[in-house]
Ligand binder design. Sequence first.
Ligand SMILES: NC(=O)C1=CN([C@@H]2O[C@H](COP(=O)(O)OP(=O)(O)OC[C@H]3O[C@@H](n4cnc5c(N)ncnc54)[C@H](OP(=O)(O)O)[C@@H]3O)[C@@H](O)[C@H]2O)C=CC1
Ligand SMILES: O=C(O)[C@@H]1CCC=N1
Length: 267
Amino acid sequence: MSQTAILGAGVMGETLLSGLVRAGRRVDHLLVGEKRAERARELEERYGVAVVSNVEAATLADTLALVVKPQDMGDLLAEIAGVLRPGQLVVSLAAGITTAFIESRVPDDIAVVRVMPNTPALVDEGMSAISPGSHCSDAQLAEVEALMASVGKVLRIPERQQDAVTAISGSGPAYIFFVVESMIEAGVHLGLPRTTASELVIQTLVGSAKMLRETGTHPVVLREQVTSPGGTTASALRELEIHKVRAAFLAAMEAARNRSRELAEGI
Ligand SMILES: NC(=O)C1=CN([C@@H]2O[C@H](COP(=O)(O)OP(=O)(O)OC[C@H]3O[C@@H](n4cnc5c(N)ncnc54)[C@H](OP(=O)(O)O)[C@@H]3O)[C@@H](O)[C@H]2O)C=CC1
Ligand SMILES: O=C(O)[C@@H]1CCC=N1
């Protein structure tokens, strides 16, 4: 089997690494590029994976997953470009960074794929959107699809949709955690013990998510089923509308989409 290297093993890089290990990928077919010695030791102990320099990883691996911050991508590409060879596949998981940005910094015969993953990959419920660069073959795109399928669902999308996808599923888990946190706090305000409020909210979230996925019913219909005429839910939803929560979600996701575009310009 071919060697895969993960360059940048922070939150998302380690999430991918752990998912590949869980999916049965042999650790001797994985490499990690990490510059901090302490972090390298931690990853070696936790996964038994070899942690090497970026240049060594880029020399040895067939597929390179770049999982550094968008602001660090230029430096990383400058560091490894000289050792890249024809036939290698570069997969970027960074927000904002376009395949054109990467292609302009690596040799012509390197295939590039852009991926927007999310952290639920940690529990194999990730959502990844993938887009091929200008000279990526179907087989190479399928390889990335298989790589990300080991930690959840994968969608192929045109690259022009990547900034919007980043705003929805890439950042999405944070919005959901924010809602959960807010509901737990509300439960505490209403006098419930924090543990009770947490259990109620988390199970409600899991149950609602399962209903959405398993019934395929539109969320409006599911919401209406909960909303008894003149009842408690109608009172709550009226407050959410008065406080413009729907408009706030739209504004928030537009801001995330715009930030993704800015990251591409190195702002
Ligand atoms: N977190 C998330 O939910 C998601 C993140 N992403 C993308 O994943 C990427 C990483 O994000 P995230 O994991 O959150 O960020 P982190 O800061 O947790 O991880 C980035 C890692 O890259 C390391 N790093 C920086 N420069 C280099 C280098 N030259 N060589 C090797 N490693 C390097 C950093 O080390 P050090 O700390 O020592 O600088 C750090 O460990 C970003 O591009 C982000 O857009 C995409 C979707 C979701
Ligand atoms: O906040 C960020 O920039 C990254 C990209 C999507 C989720 N986290």
